[in-house]
Design a protein around this ligand. Sequence first.
Ligand SMILES: NC(=O)c1ccc[n+]([C@@H]2O[C@H](COP(=O)([O-])OP(=O)(O)OC[C@H]3O[C@@H](n4cnc5c(N)ncnc54)[C@H](OP(=O)(O)O)[C@@H]3O)[C@@H](O)[C@H]2O)c1
Length: 274
Amino acid sequence: MSQKDDFSIHFIGGGNMASAMIGGLLRHGFLAKQLTVVDPDPNVVQRHQASGLNGSHLFEAPTNEPDMVIWAVKPQSFKAACTPVAPHTRQALHLSVAAGLTTDALSSWLGTERIVRAMPNTPALIGLGQAGLYARPAVSLLDKERINQVMHAIGQSIWVPRETDLDAVTAISGSGPAYVFYFLEAMMDAAQRMGLSAQTATQLAVGTFEGATALAKASSEPPGVLRERVTSKGGTTFAALEHMRAHQLNEHFVQALMAARHRAEEMGKELGSQ
Ligand SMILES: NC(=O)c1ccc[n+]([C@@H]2O[C@H](COP(=O)([O-])OP(=O)(O)OC[C@H]3O[C@@H](n4cnc5c(N)ncnc54)[C@H](OP(=O)(O)O)[C@@H]3O)[C@@H](O)[C@H]2O)c1
């Protein structure tokens, strides 16, 4: 029997992120009977029960303490959600996907040190997420292996050595999909101003991002070299990139991401002191 057949998981919160994780876990060989969902909304509970999971709208002390608890509630609901759960899950490994809440706050609310914090992003909803993970020192190698198995269900993950690195992860990949959508919108806007239809604009912009990111992933060359390969001096790409350079687009973009990291730091302080 593989490890994934061995451990039980309780989800606290059964909304978007929990549903994405549960769907991925079931596709990756976890069994519905290993998974329990607690959510105050009876419709949410019913939906998960229809997939064969155990579900309840109220946390009830389990006969056997779960091996893992996954916290998928909004940050502002977290502290209140801990009250009924914490006394019955002190031996469990805890994984939080809640944005901004530090493991110091979680540890004091849950009464345990075995806590991992994840910062996923929205492509996790289709199994293509990119997450950052941070573990408190009490988390063992086996614990980390189990977290890897779970996170694999919603895409790729990377461990960071310091919890403060998660603020940078939030700025880069957590908020990152919004930057990509922003550039897609700008490309589509330009295409339509050049007289192309909305449908053509969407296909050209989305298809270009898809192809270029796949090329960057498949290539051994860094993105800068790939960019230079499509930029002949005096050509069309050169004209566009010179315009961007003259307006310091790169520096503005870097500063925008610094602003996102600063906000992540501020939010961590605000949420931790609730
Ligand atoms: N969605 C994303 O792409 C994404 C990305 C990165 C991080 N996250 C993080 O993931 C977490 C969940 O986000 P989400 O988008 O999945 O939110 P969501 O769809 O609103 O799901 C949260 C669920 O938790 C339920 N809940 C509230 N209080 C509870 C309690 N005491 N016990 C059990 N369940 C409770 C909510 O019920 P009610 O609605 O009835 O209150 C809701 O069904 C958040 O902390 C967010 O920061 C999400």
